[in-house]
Design a protein around this ligand. Structure first.
Ligand code: IPE
Ligand code: IPE
Ligand code: MG
Length: 244
């Protein structure tokens, strides 16, 4: 129901649960789907399905509490190493997710962007991505960026390639402007669930000064309450950027 979870409403309901200094941009490495399924004796694909459903919940919650940008790692340039049937299942679930996004777009009012080499994706995914991108471009309150066939090194090499031969000096600003995240502030907070503590080729340029948060929770179990706890932790971290 529109308006039910306005940030102010939620803030008062959650009382002190919601800190004042929320990050404007949260990045999340949605990891642990396979292990979540294995623990339940289910096929890995069931973990990906549960992971996609959880993303819908968490993305809606982020918008409700006033997070302007949410960037999620969906499929890396390295994930092509997985068995073909798992890859097929992931892209089939992505198609379902995009169909649902198209169906609920008028209520969601979220802009959706896609970072990565989309041209290399299966045709049904590409078509839906184009439709979602175009039809959601008019929404300005919140943006979800899905990283699909994304790798930070590929993104950095692509930016260098795009600047090659130009006459202007290559400054940090010029370089940032050629990344997928052009015009978007760097994520203040990057969360990786599943107990794995590495970046796995995610947003290597943009997370130079991000606060990192690692949690053992597997992505399908990652809850709104845990996110609130992480936001409280984030709000207390001194961010010095090399100063004192
Ligand atoms: C993350 O979950 C989803 C993708 C990388 C596509 P995983 O599939 O990596 O789950 P684990 O790490 O094997 O548990
Ligand atoms: C990173 O998870 C990619 C995504 C979550 C989409 P992986 O499971 O692929 O990362 P590694 O292999 O553990 O580093
Ligand atoms: Mg993994």
């Amino acid at each position: 129901m529109p308006g039910l979870f306005k940030p102010s409403r939620l803030r008062s309901r959650a009382g002190r649960a919601l800190p004042d200094n929320l990050p404007m941009h949260i990045a999340v490495i949605m990891d642990g789907n396979g292990r979540w399924a294995k623990l339940r004796g289910l096929p890995r694909s069931a973990g990906h399905k549960a992971g996609a459903e959880n993303f819908r919940r968490i993305a809606a919650f982020c918008k409700d509490i006033g997070i302007k940008y949410l960037t999620a790692y969906v499929f890396s340039t390295e994930n092509w190493k997985r068995p073909q049937d798992e890859i097929d299942k992931i892209f089939s679930l992505l198609c379902d997710y995009l169909d649902e996004s198209l169906a609920t777009m008028e209520q969601d009012k979220v802009r959706m962007q896609f970072f990565g080499d989309i041209a290399a994706l299966p045709q049904p995914c590409r078509q839906r991505i184009e439709r979602v991108r175009e039809q959601s471009a008019r929404f300005t309150d919140a943006t979800v960026n899905l990283c699909v066939n994304y790798g930070a090194r590929a993104e950095i090499a692509r930016a260098a390639e795009r600047l090659r031969g130009g006459s202007e000096p290559i400054t940090e600003e010029a370089f940032s402007a050629e990344l997928y995240t052009a015009g978007i502030p760097d994520p203040q907070l990057c969360i990786r669930p599943s107990g794995v503590m590495r970046m796995s080729n995610f947003l290597l340029w943009q997370t130079a000064y991000s606060e990192l948060y690692f949690t053992p929770t597997l992505w399908p179990d990652f809850s709104k309450n845990e996110l609130l706890a992480i936001l409280r932790d984030y709000s207390k971290r001194p961010r010095r950027y090399g100063g004192i």
